[in-house]
Design a protein around this ligand. Structure first.
Ligand code: ADP
Length: 297
């Protein structure tokens, strides 16, 4: 049996050419997408998926064409959030058609392809080695989704990232230098410490990080109509990024997310205004970035 070091170059698999060809198809697939905005954190459970969908809704309400790629293949949330669990990926000449929410947001999520409670499984060449293959297969699936969907002309493709600091860097590579990043933090040092690591990781990429959103900044009490503290103390961990805005924890928003409700069903949601202001700030920063890129061209 050949040892690892006996394999010369790619061992005749032409893997590099395959990845390059796939990357070319990704670039073609995304040719009509003006802005790719990745929403990450490093930490799980801080509201990345929730904020991705809420931002998509706010951007859509402001007249933008928006789709979401749920890049969390192992813990997909966007199908439920957008109520497209039963969506069908209809093939067309330009790629599979993207299922859309009631308000017209395209959503590509493993939650549509794998109905709950089925877990995604990555086939392995040998038992006990699935972990070695997972990352490679995962990014192959992601490239296939980026290349194989008919994204059409979009103002924004939002990418809901999985947790993990180092993975943010992998996504920066996958999405390319022009992809912009927004990070989600909560007022807890435990979470902010990890977001600080993500900022450090992103600094080593050529990608621009627009800022962070402080989610769960207080708890909205509907009885007294005020925002009360959710986390006990002021955070000690400073984040070296502009804060794009804060959103309180709102039980009504949590319930809306669980049932995949649309913003039209909840016109008085307290998060609507702060998320709208964050979307406005993102649009302003994005047009600043495009003006800067044009100047340099
Ligand atoms: P992540 O994508 O970072 O793992 P989620 O977006 O899945 O986190 O959020 C975790 C849970 O917290 C979900 O049940 C979601 O509905 C809830 N949640 C997140 N942000 C808010 C918020 N601002 N108000 C109410 N519920 C929220």
């Amino acid at each position: 049996m050949k040892g690892y070091y006996d394999v010369v170059e790619d061992g005749g698999s032409a893997v590099l050419e395959q990845v390059e060809a796939q990357q070319e198809r990704v670039d073609q697939g995304l040719a009509g997408v003006r802005n790719v905005l990745a929403v990450g954190s490093g930490k799980g459970g801080v509201g990345k998926s929730t904020m991705t969908m809420q931002l998509a809704c706010a951007l859509r309400e402001r007249g933008n064409s928006v789709s979401i790629l749920d890049a969390d293949l192992n813990g997909p949330s966007q199908a439920r959030l957008g109520a497209v669990q039963d969506g069908i990926l209809v093939p067309s000449e330009s790629g599979a058609q993207v299922p859309t929410t009631r308000s017209g947001i395209g959503v590509v999520s493993m939650g549509t392809l794998y109905p709950e409670p089925r877990a995604i499984e990555f086939a392995s060449v040998a038992s006990g080695s699935s972990h070695t293959w997972r990352a490679t297969r995962e990014f192959t699936v992601l490239r296939e989704l980026l290349a194989g969907m008919s994204w059409g002309t979009l103002d924004y493709l939002l990418v809901d990232l999985p947790p993990g600091v180092e993975r943010i860097v992998q996504f920066a590579e996958l999405l390319g230098e022009t992809a912009l990043f927004v990070l989600i933090a909560i007022p807890s040092d435990l979470a902010r410490g990890i977001v600080a690591r993500s900022i450090d990781a992103l600094e080593r990429t050529p990608n621009r990080t627009l800022g962070y959103i402080e989610n769960m900044d207080g708890y909205y009490c509907s009885d007294c109509e005020t925002v009360k503290p959710l986390y006990p103390a002021q955070s000690q961990v400073k984040l070296d990024l502009p804060c794009l805005g804060s959103v309180p924890f709102d039980p009504e928003l949590a319930a809306l997310c669980d049932r995949g409700g649309s913003l039209e069903d909840a016109p008085r949601l307290v998060s609507r205004e702060p998320v709208g202001q964050i979307a406005d700030e993102i649009c302003r920063l994005v047009s600043e970035c495009s003006a800067f890129a044009k100047e340099r061209a």
